[in-house]
Design a protein around this ligand. Structure first.
Ligand code: HDE
Length: 697
């Protein structure tokens, strides 16, 4: 491929979208028929106080369009946010797959990614306890490939047949449509109690994984076992992973709930701002590969979507990187209208017989037909492949293409039997010729019956703080369940997984702890999987948001600190008692983007209190400033203060002395010249550590 062609490939999607982009800047107002209109505030009336006339085509067009602006939201994953980017493979994956976008490291394949929550409706909050969707559309030269994954590697159910039941149970209850975007209610837990195949997934969903700090800081998983097929027709089983370069990080539950009120768009804003400021989110693509002959070498069935392949047993190879570098121009046109489907594959990628995946292969196109109004949704600009489309499909609602000629059938002689099927050598997709034998039967393999051992593996792999959070999550969620019998049944389930967990939860929810488990977990294949614990993730100060609390008269150290933070890739934002320029000692000035009224410590990763007597006085005058400190402390966040700022911090936290504050975990203070010299480095280390779980709050 020439360099010219490669560049075209990288920009191919954007260039295609360019032909649909419309800017109204500096233009005259028209109707949809291109007629310039002279007036846009008054309907045509019979006299200024008279009735509106039907003749007013402009009024009718404007109102009719408005009346039809909404489309059905997605039945699940309704609330989402997307961005454009590209993917590059590190080295050719020829031995595993013939997929062209996985061969040449110099090729940048355009992508669009949509992140989402699952249960809430389109207008719900970003920060709820929920699984997150992580869907990627690769616009490859061989057609679109969609990797439609989640941020949790397993699923609630094993067979697609049960998906409507599961979704009905987790969605708001049908009689009163309560609660919104929450699993903390009777029907969800009744489902869990009666469908123990959910046990493993429920552990993940109650963990901090379900409270991501940012879409930029979550893993993605294809969940199912797929198949890679190479040029020779040899297949390998594969699981797909996305590994965020910034590591995997979460909010804490109390913070999560409050952010939902303070900034329901928290994750959207975070992603949008990161891209706008050039902090492009990056994720490495990981593959776990199992040879076909090893299909039965594990203590789990590799077709079972409620099981992981522990990374310690089947390592994840990092094979490429995705970078998100462009926000959308229009949310509806791009993020809302994008249509993903796990069945959008390219040669070299195929399916397994996972019964959950098999059902998904039906559901996704079906749902787009009602959501996007007909079978022509692949023609919507964001859904169009960059590869050419030629077939005999015709007509239908909203058809855009003008297909020429009389022939719309195969085989034909009038058009020389074109469009003609392509041989595999010409890039024609060929299904993997797997040998299948069996009786038609509505049943599941007995190899899917171990529901508890990987749930126990999850529990065993958690750090102590993660275990505490998991216990609190069960106490909270089950605490919201009104029916005693449902709470009791869940305790029986937890007993099967880990009696330690059941005994910590039962007394808080008024349930009886059974003497023994009815069906105790078998020992997992390995005692614990360090890869599961977020305690072992990457820690960095990059892109972390630090609130700099400063009023007029702040001391010069603020500038040193802001420079150090910026250099480390962190984001310093000034919060003050007023917006606009805040003037410091020595004639310096910094811009306050927030006040204590418009902002909150919940929206930051760390807090720094500036020195300077006048500055401290100014911020002390607002009681919300002390709240900033208290709440950051409660949420285990790093807090720094220098000079006069230290006494504000000590007072705010109700601590006995400056030295008590200085020795508290995650609190960095400096007053003397020597301390000030090393402050920035120590504070940055604390920012990179993110949370100080050993703090007593
Ligand atoms: Fe989905 N899922 N799903 N799902 N799913 C949808 O398709 C479905 C499942 C996932 O950003 C729907 O276009 C069935 C697993 C994501 O636009 C629908 C089953 C995983 C998204 C649908 C599953 C997912 C969806 C709703 C069980 C992780 C958002 C709107 C057999 C691997 C895509 C739509 C986006 C969306 C069906 C299970 C991920 C109804 C039947 C497992 C990320 O078609």
């Amino acid at each position: 491929m020439s360099n010219e062609e490669k560049r075209m490939n990288e920009n191919a999607k954007q260039e295609q979208l360019d032909s649909f982009r419309v800017s109204n800047d500096g233009k005259k107002l028209t109707t949809n028929q291109g007629l310039k209109v002279s007036e846009d505030e008054h309907s045509l009336k019979a006299g200024v106080r008279g009735p509106t006339l039907m003749e007013d085509f402009h009024f009718r067009e404007k109102m009719t369009h408005f009346d039809h602006e909404r489309i059905p939201e997605r039945i699940v994953h309704a609330r989402g946010f997307g961005a454009h980017g590209y993917f590059q493979v590190y080295e050719p994956l020829t031995s595993f797959t013939k997929a062209k976008f996985l061969q040449d490291p110099s090729v940048k394949t355009p992508v669009f990614v949509r992140f989402s929550t699952v249960a809430g409706s389109r207008g719900s909050s970003d920060t709820v306890r929920d699984v997150r969707g992580f869907s990627t559309k690769f616009y490859t030269e061989e057609g679109n490939y969609d990797l439609v994954g989640n941020n949790i590697p397993v699923f609630f159910i094993q067979d697609a047949m049960k998906f409507p039941d599961f979704v009905h149970a987790v969605k708001p209850e049908p009689h009163n449509e309560v609660p919104q975007a929450s699993s903390a209610h009777d029907t969800f837990w009744d489902f869990i109690a009666n469908n123990h195949e959910s046990a493993h997934m429920m552990m993940w969903a109650m963990s901090d994984r379900a409270l991501p700090r940012s879409y930029r800081m979550m893993e993605g998983f294809g969940v199912h076992t797929f198949r890679l097929v190479n040029e020779e027709g040899v297949g390998h089983f594969v699981k797909f992973h996305w590994k965020p370069v910034l590591g995997v990080h979460s909010l804490v539950w109390d913070e999560n709930q409050k952010v939902a009120g303070k900034d329901p768009d928290f994750h959207r804003r975070d992603l949008w701002n990161a891209i706008e400021t050039g902090n492009y989110p990056e994720y490495e693509l990981g593959l776990q590969i199992i040879k076909e002959e090893d299909e039965f070498s594990f203590d789990f069935d590799i077709l079972d979507p409620t099981k992981i392949w522990p990374e310690e047993i089947v390592p994840v190879r990092r094979v490429g990187k995705m970078t998100l570098n462009r926000n959308t121009d229009n949310f509806f046109a791009e993020t809302e209208q994008i249509a993903f489907h796990p069945g959008h594959v390219v040669p070299g990628i195929d399916f397994s017989n996972d019964p959950l995946l098999q059902g998904r292969l039906f559901s996704y196109t079906d749902t787009q037909i009602s959501r996007l109004g007909g079978p022509n949704f692949p023609e919507i600009p964001i859904n169009r492949p960059v590869a050419p489309v030629h077939n005999n499909q015709r007509d239908g609602m909203h058809r855009m293409t003008i297909n020429q000629g009389p022939v719309s059938y195969h085989k034909n002689s009038i058009a020389g039997n074109t469009p003609s099927p392509a041989s595999p050598q010409e890039g024609g997709y060929q299904h993997y010729a797997e040998k299948v034998e069996g009786h038609k039967i509505k049943a599941r393999s007995s190899s899917f019956e171990d529901f508890y051992s990987q749930a126990l593996l999850f529990w065993n792999s958690m750090s102590e703080p993660e275990k505490k959070h998991l216990i609190s999550a069960f106490q909270f969620e089950l605490g919201k369940v009104q029916r005693m019998e449902v709470r009791q049944q869940v305790i029986h389930l937890l007993m099967n997984i880990a009696p330690e967990l059941a005994s910590a939860v039962a007394p808080k929810i008024g349930a009886q702890l059974p003497e023994s488990a009815e069906n105790p977990a078998k020992p997992p294949m390995i005692p614990s999987s360090p890869a599961i614990s977020m305690a072992n993730t990457i820690h960095s100060a990059k892109t972390r948001k630090v609130a700099v609390l400063a009023g007029d008269g702040f001391d010069q150290h603020v500038i040193t600190l802001i420079n150090a933070l910026t250099e480390a890739g962190a984001m310093a934002e000034v919060v003050s008692d007023h917006l606009g320029p805040v003037s410091g000692q020595g004639g310096v000035s910094i811009e306050a983007m927030h006040t204590f009224l418009t902002s909150d410590s919940l929206l930051f990763d760390a807090i720094y209190v500036a020195g300077g007597e006048q500055s401290v006085q100014a911020i002390s005058a607002d009681p919300n400033a002390a709240e900033f400190i208290k709440e950051a402390y409660r949420h285990y966040k790093p807090i720094g203060a220098v000079n006069e700022g230290v006494s504000f911090l000590v007072k705010g936290l109700g601590m006995a002395s400056d030295s008590a504050a200085a020795s508290a975990p995650g609190i960095v203070t400096a007053a003397s010249g020597e301390e000030l010299g090393s402050f920035a480095e120590k504070f940055l280390n604390a920012v990179a550590a993110h949370r100080f779980w050993d703090r007593v709050v």
